[in-house]
Design a protein around this ligand. Structure first.
Ligand SMILES: C[S@@+](CC[C@H](N)C(=O)[O-])C[C@H]1O[C@@H](n2cnc3c(N)ncnc32)[C@H](O)[C@@H]1O
Length: 210
């Protein structure tokens, strides 16, 4: 569904002023607009979202793109996300798929934009290289890849795993997570040319396929 009907620039403005959007998505969308400033052109691009979860960014931004493909390795999540999304947003599709052994490589097309938001640190350290190789193989020449991860402090992380009064509380969770996050940070820093930005809660790694 496209709720915005007038010019592309107006669409962009309305999007950026939409108060209900999570700030993270505004930042993400701004990064995309910096690389591809003509909103009209975005309508030609296919987006891949790796570890898309419930597809929140898909639903806030898919109207700007040609297609928006969400992959997540958890079938319960993709099925739930599909139910939330399908009837209204016609260019979003959900696929249950593990990026480490992805079936998308068999398809004939590549993606102009790949995003992965709070997913990469879940991938076992031994598989990270394969996951990145696959993502770069799925990215078009001169395509844009944006990886978002938590900062090393648990700021803004509302998980019950950190909440002492929850029965899901895990006193070792942040030590485990911060080690995974540091691994991802070092892996990207060492292996890929990228732009980097950090907010209070998130780290953004911006890469191109050149
Ligand atoms: C914390 S959630 C983030 C969801 C969403 N991107 C967001 O920010 O709201 C991480 C997601 O990554 C998925 N995931 C973890 N490893 C994956 C893999 N190897 N391939 C695809 N998805 C994966 C998980 O199933 C989970 O839904």
């Amino acid at each position: 569904m496209s709720v915005l009907t007038s010019s592309d620039d107006l669409k962009t403005k309305q999007y950026l002023h939409e108060k209900s959007h999570n700030k993270k998505y505004d930042i993400l969308f701004n990064i995309i607009l910096e690389k591809y400033p003509k909103a009209k052109k975005l309508a030609k691009y296919r987006v891949l979202d790796v570890g898309s979860g419930l597809g929140k960014f898909a639903r806030t931004s898919s109207m700007f793109f040609r297609t928006y493909t969400c992959v997540d390795s958890n079938p319960t999540i993709t099925s739930y996300a599909q139910d939330l999304t399908n009837k209204i947003y016609h260019n979003i599709n959900f696929i249950t798929d593990n990026i480490v052994n992805t079936c998308l490589l068999e398809k004939k097309y590549k993606y102009k934009i790949i995003i992965s938001d709070h997913c990469v640190h879940f991938i076992p350290k031994s598989d990270i290289k394969k996951a990145f190789t696959n993502m770069f193989n799925l990215l078009k020449p001169n395509g844009l890849m944006i990886i978002i991860e938590h900062t090393i402090e648990p700021k803004g992380w509302g998980s019950d795993l950190l909440n002492k009064s929850s029965n899901l509380f895990d006193e070792n969770i942040w030590a485990k997570k911060s080690s995974q996050l540091e691994f991802v940070h070092e892996f990207i820093t060492k292996n890929y040319t990228h732009e980097y930005m950090e907010t209070k809660t998130n780290r953004y790694y911006i890469m191109t396929n050149q």
